[in-house]
Design a protein around this ligand. Sequence first.
Ligand code: 6R9
Length: 640
Amino acid sequence: MTLKVSYMALYKRSIEDPAGFWAEIAEQFHWEKKWEPNHMRYNFDVREGPISVEWFRGATTNLAYNCLDRHVEAGRGGDVCFIWEGNDVGREKTMTYGEALDEVCRLANWLRAAGVKKGDAVAIYMPMLLELPLAMLACARIGAVHSVVFGGFSAEALAGRMEDCKAKVLLTASGVMRGPKSIELKKIADKAVDMCTKAGHTVESVLVYENDNAVGAADCPFTPGRDRWWQSEVAAQPDRCPVEWVESEHPLFLLYTSGSTGKPKGVLHTTGGYMVYAATTSRHVFGMQRGDVYWCTADCGWITGHSYLAYGPLLNGVTQVVFEGVPTHPTPARCWEVVQQHRVTQFYTAPTAIRSLIGFGDQWVKQCDTSSLRLLGSVGEPINPEAWRWYHEVVGGGRCPIVDTWWQTETGGHMITPLPGAWEEKPGSATLPFFGVRPVVLDEKGNELQGEAEGVLAIAQPWPSTLRTVYGDHERYQTNYFGPFPGYYFTGDGCRRDADGYYWITGRVDDVINVSGHRIGTAEVESALVAHPACAEAAVVGYDHPIKGQGIYAYVTLMGGLEPSKELKKELVASVRSHIGAFAAPDVIHWAPGLPKTRSGKIMRRVLRKIASKEEDQLGDISTLADPGVVQQLVELRGK
Ligand code: 6R9
């Protein structure tokens, strides 16, 4: 409990004097120019003017320099930076901090030669090769803004993101292996580039990494002039490249994420505050020390792969595993074999992966030596107590703390999380806030609730890696995040605070579904369904899914005269795959002659959720429905 006492004192200071607290921590990094005395400024209240957040005003730095050069200059260039584990067993490679720096410099030089300047956006659509985090660092080195698009997104989704951020350069690969399947990434990328051209935006250069394990150069479409081969072009560049010193608030990256309405939002993070926060959370939440072998299974296409793969671990100078494959290939022992082979000390994954592995039985873990593990982490969705216990007992041998980290793309880093050893964990609770984070539980009118309470989760003051804007749409940023409860950042999550002050996240309170830890907007899936000529109307809700956490349940009304069929179901699912990506494919299509609507035409999703989860006996008040008869009709059509 003494740890808890020192946490309480530090926490108090972090809330009362955020500028001083974080400035002290920031001293550990290299700043080309230091910040002004009054370095932190903000307005978190829409009623007082535009929302703005600024940290380390007046300072200049470079994130890639802090990740790589700083360690090399301190004589640690020979430390292993990355251990790469390919999709297939036996394909692996290691890279030191010194080698990573050389690679980043070459790529940064190539980007400069391709005309990329400070502030330009660069799109990255890559599998989990080391070249993906290296590409992010190369952008950061020259002050370019990376926009990583997860390799599972479709051509249309990639095109929309490239158009939005006006990326002139795209970094991609010929293909990728996912378990036993090979995916032709470059073909998808080409389609996206063509879509951009048709929409009036030109992607000028495409750098293609030949991932010959998946797709060789001979089978990879290539447009001379526009396309370049990564291996030969980058190798020809010098391995020294001057650093671009940027202001603390210089944009670092954009990452598109789904909201409850409209198209995905380009969440913008900036340099100084993000660096300090990603590094500090990594260090304290994972207890990172030099010599550790840390492994985060996330893809760099999501925020976890940004903060806790590309940046946080490197800022702390640890060795980390980067995994291209999936946890069940070739067998469900894969993760534990990797842990055994590389003596992994910290392992960070999503509850969905744990749940999928539980089903295969304990023997896959037990046949491996996992005694090197010191700490386990969880992220992306609430972890159910059964999965927590299995993780703790079977994987962690009962001796590793589990850090259940609650945070979001928008928050840039962990917000509510256990600190290992500092206080008791409770399975299913993210526990207490990290330094500098002031969570509040609000009622629906925006009043702060005290003590034990249940309501929506909001944050009352900025932390260093607060998202700064929605790219190109500051208005949307304000309305979405600061509009619902003036004076607070609104998270979109519901939560409960127990008598010990622990936070329990209860899930999204908006129309966002969390499928296997991936955020999917119901509106996006609905518009992908409606894009199919047979679909007149669609309504999408989430339902409990044993492995994925939530599954996607789609109600579809067909155009007049059309008959439901298995083929149509397939086509509708295919439409979602092509508009968004395979991971957003509906699990269930439920034919709906009509949808439950209020007299003003609003779909009552609450009713749809109840029918999807077979709880139509708990519909509540449906007297405001224009036609209460549709409910019975829908119940009868379930499973058809
Ligand atoms: C990091 C990440 C954010 C949403 C968030 C919440 C859910 C994430 C969680 C969790 C319960 C946790 N979420 N971590 N819910 N416990 N430990 O996942 O970012 O993809 O933006 O998703 O995920 O609902 O609002 P992102």
